[in-house]
Ligand binder design. Structure first.
Ligand code: HEC
Ligand code: HEC
Length: 197
């Protein structure tokens, strides 16, 4: 069931939101993980998102997810439809969903690896700005710092641009500070490279 809904956003979207907003499927705290995640997976895919603008959640750090669900609920991170999705969540719900997200398998790479010139430019940026020191040696995340490898390219672009303009305030200012030093060309190179690792 999970796998059958993952790639079909258009059909999955409306029932998923309806279920969420009425809270029906999500109310039972003891529901099995797959049932709990079904409405989320309808948009996000079962680990790998097939939908433009919707990030993959597979392999994401639960301690990071909890911070973002909190920010969505409090409208500190404005990102429709997640503000509505998280609006009625209790603190326990935030943790329960974050842990459930942590059970999804890491995303599979959806594009060919970056070409050598782009790879060289992006690796120089990664080392200059020490992305690895926070996001982990292979950019797979650690603790409350997100996994970014193999994330969707257009989502990474939006995230980095959002930190740079401060439209997206992080739970911690680190990313907003890092992004001030990135040019638009740097952001394009980083998103293309990181999404194809
Ligand atoms: C109707 C589609 C939809 C549904 C349903 C949905 N999401 Fe989302 N979610 C999105 C979109 C779109 C974004 C990206 C928002 C942005 O930054 O523009 C997102 C972002 C997120 C993020 C942030 C990811 C990151 O890397 O920062 C998390 C975590 C998340 N969703 C978890 C969930 C969970 C848990 C559920 C189920 C309770 C859920 N979502 C249901 C569409 C959806
Ligand atoms: C000092 C630690 C630190 C450094 C260095 C750092 N990051 Fe981050 N990064 C974070 C934190 C913390 C967050 C989560 C912020 C939030 O709440 O949105 C984050 C979030 C992100 C996100 C959003 C992920 C998502 O799923 O929405 C991207 C993309 C990202 N970083 C890329 C980079 C890149 C590329 C570099 C190097 C140019 C970098 N980061 C350097 C700490 C760091």
């Amino acid at each position: 069931m999970l796998h059958s809904v993952g790639s079909r956003m258009i059909r999955g979207l409306l029932p998923a939101l309806g279920t969420l907003l009425t809270g029906a499927a999500l109310a039972a705290p003891d529901a099995a993980v797959p049932e709990r995640l079904a409405p989320c997976v309808a948009c996000h895919g079962a680990g790998t998102s097939e939908t433009e603008g919707v990030p993959s959640l597979g392999g994401q750090m639960p301690d990071y997810v909890v911070t973002q669900l909190f920010q969505f609920r409090e409208k500190q991170r404005e990102a429709p439809p997640m503000n509505d999705v998280a609006a009625g969540f209790s603190d326990d719900d935030l943790r329960t969903y974050a842990d459930a997200v942590g059970t999804l398998p890491p995303p599979t790479r959806t594009a060919d690896p970056a070409d050598p010139a782009l790879t060289a430019r992006a690796q120089a940026l990664v080392s200059k700005h020490q992305c690895n020191s926070c996001h982990g040696a292979d950019l797979a995340g650690r603790d409350a710092i997100p996994r970014i490898r193999d994330q969707r390219e257009e989502y990474l672009l939006k995230a980095l641009a959002g930190y740079k303009s401060n439209a997206r305030p992080g739970y911690d200012p680190a990313m907003n500070e890092v992004a001030q030093e990135l040019s638009e060309a740097d952001i394009k190179d980083l998103a293309a490279y990181v999404s194809r690792l």
